[in-house]
Design a binder for this molecule. Structure first.
Ligand SMILES: [Zn+2]
Length: 257
């Protein structure tokens, strides 16, 4: 059964129980990492996914709390004997900087490195990212401080549709990505007109899209209590009629209706 596993749910500042926001799609034949931060190798192992199964990484944007784990992931998997190719997808703004980052580490001198291909996506709505035996994925630009994409994923075995906003203000491209989706996971950092959204704004987007359920992610964990965080769900329910939940680290979401 295809599943989505939340590997981190925090906004830019993590704590002991919440890593920065990233997640993995896991199907019968593949694993696709969405953003790569902290210690993905460790987290993947903790949720029972062999890091070598990850053939694709989608990077939503070049902020440290979304891509900071790339060098460590590449180095760790190389050191643990990976030989399988890895494909990394993102906008040019992001991938160019990730490649520069790796060059700063002189990774071209690391001997016997497995093949890594960077797929630069055009900054256009509904651009096709990848299709494999388990998933079909498209992306669209959203509105954040730097060029950023959100994604729409179809789990081919079940037809389940999942959308993820990444970091963004409320925007119509997320409504399109989440149109009639079974699940929208939307960021709820704060009402920050140049880069982020509040929980009630996330609810409005889910409502406009006709999504069935809304998962809240990329929320403030530093110096907040569980009760304060749970209130985000109440805020989202003021604007959205469907099911609302707060994403938590290590949460497993079956991608079936
Ligand atoms: Zn960001």
């Amino acid at each position: 059964m295809p599943r989505l596993v939340i590997l981190g749910s925090a906004s830019a500042v993590p704590d002991a129980d919440h890593e920065n926001t990233h997640m993995v799609l896991h199907g019968d034949h593949s694993a696709v990492l969405i953003d790569c931060v902290g210690r993905p190798l460790v987290r993947l192992k903790q949720v029972g996914i062999d890091p070598d199964e990850v053939g694709d990484i989608i990077l939503t944007h070049f902020h440290p709390d979304h891509v900071g784990g790339v060098p460590g992931f590449l180095m760790s998997t190389w050191l643990t004997g990976r030989t399988a190719p890895l494909r990394i997808y993102g906008l040019h703004h992001c991938l160019q900087r990730v490649e520069d980052l790796m060059m700063a580490y002189h990774w071209d001198e690391w001997m016997g490195f497995f093949p890594v291909a960077f797929h630069h996506l055009p900054e256009e709505r509904g651009v096709h990212v990848l299709e494999n035996a388990d998933f079909d994925i498209i992306a669209s630009p959203v509105k954040h401080y730097v060029p950023t994409i959100g994604v729409r994923v179809v789990a081919k075995k079940t037809g389940f549709v999942f959308a993820y906003s990444s970091d963004t203000v409320p925007t119509s491209s997320v409504v399109e990505l989440a149109r009639d989706a079974d699940l929208l996971i939307h960021e709820v950092t704060a009402d920050e007109p140049l880069g982020h959204s509040s929980a009630s704004q996330a609810g409005t987007i889910a409502q406009e899209a006709g999504a069935r359920a809304l998962g809240l992610i990329h929320y403030t964990v530093w110096n907040t209590t569980p009760a304060q965080r749970e209130r985000l769900c109440d805020d989202a329910r003021t604007t959205f009629d469907g099911e609302v939940f707060l994403c938590e680290d290590f949460q497993e979401i079956p991608l079936r209706r």
